[in-house]
Design a binder for this molecule. Structure first.
Ligand code: ADP
Ligand code: MG
Length: 255
């Protein structure tokens, strides 16, 4: 039975998409069967995995609204062991359309239920909001992985995110667990990065925090423009090394 991991943080630019792409790719590299689900209308995960998002007809949008099936939307093995349900800007409209539907928090859960046994991991890249799309992901997920950027406002919004996770747990998905918190864009040369890690650790004492810290790495920033995950773009980079270590930790953790 696969584990469904939602990568969520309502702040933009904290490394959700970078983590979704590269954690997925590093899990796949370790022979895990992975399905990556892009549910951000920006479609950055789709683009970062090398898919031209402008031409797509079968995306998360059609899937959630029921006009396309899973068979039609899953792009099978775009890389070895890695399949993708892509997204593009059309998904922005889904927010409004989903509001009118019955049991609209459970749509993704019902869809994924039917394929979860086919994968080791299903990784969902959430949009930077706590919208109905994110709620669908948290309702479908076994766990939520929270990237936290090592910068001054790191703690801002964290309590709101934890509050939302708790609400979803209470009302929609009692089994939801926090997979862990991963620090991103860490710069060992700055006191700020070190301070942020210390502060967040203090604040989230009972939460799993990954040993692996993702450094700020130029190659990680460049890879998406080539449509490649970091392990294929620059296999020996610090970025690739760190996402491989994160993948190991995710594999080891049994929830
Ligand atoms: P989110 O999905 O949370 O909005 P992204 O993953 O898109 O965040 O990251 C925001 C920007 O920072 C992107 O341009 C991305 O390429 C860059 N970035 C993310 N993580 C790193 C990193 N560890 N090192 C360097 N650049 C990074
Ligand atoms: Mg993103």
């Amino acid at each position: 039975m696969g584990r469904i991991i939602a990568i969520a943080n309502q702040k933009g630019g904290v490394g959700k998409t970078t983590t979704a792409i590269n954690l997925s790719a590093c899990l796949a590299e370790k022979n895990k069967k992975v399905l990556t689900l892009d549910i951000d209308p920006q479609g950055n995960t789709t683009r970062g995995l090398g898919i031209d998002k402008t031409k797509l007809k079968n995306t998360t949008y059609e899937l959630l609204l029921g006009t396309r099936s899973l068979e039609e939307t899953v792009m099978v093995n775009i890389y070895d062991n890695l399949s993708l349900i892509p997204a593009n800007v059309e998904l922005a409209g889904a927010e409004v359309e989903l509001i009118g539907l019955k049991e609209n928090s459970f749509i993704m859960k019902k869809l994924l239920n039917s394929i979860v046994t086919e994968y080791d991991f299903i990784i969902i890249d959430c949009p930077p909001s706590l919208s109905i799309l994110t709620v669908n992901a948290l309702t479908a997920a076994d766990t939520v992985l929270v990237p936290i950027q090592c910068e001054f406002f790191a703690l801002e919004g964290l309590s709101q995110l934890m509050h939302t996770i708790n609400l979803v747990k209470k009302r929609l998905n009692p089994d939801l667990e926090i997979e862990g918190v991963v620090f991103t864009m860490y710069d060992a040369r700055t006191n700020l990065s070190i301070q942020v890690v210390e502060e967040v650790k203090k604040e989230l004492r009972r939460t799993n925090i990954y040993q692996t810290i993702i450094p700020r790495n130029v190659r990680l920033g460049e890879a998406p423009s080539y449509g490649l995950p970091i392990n294929l773009y620059d296999s020996n980079s610090k970025g690739a090394e760190s996402y491989r270590l994160l993948a190991d930790e995710v594999i080891e953790r049994r929830v």
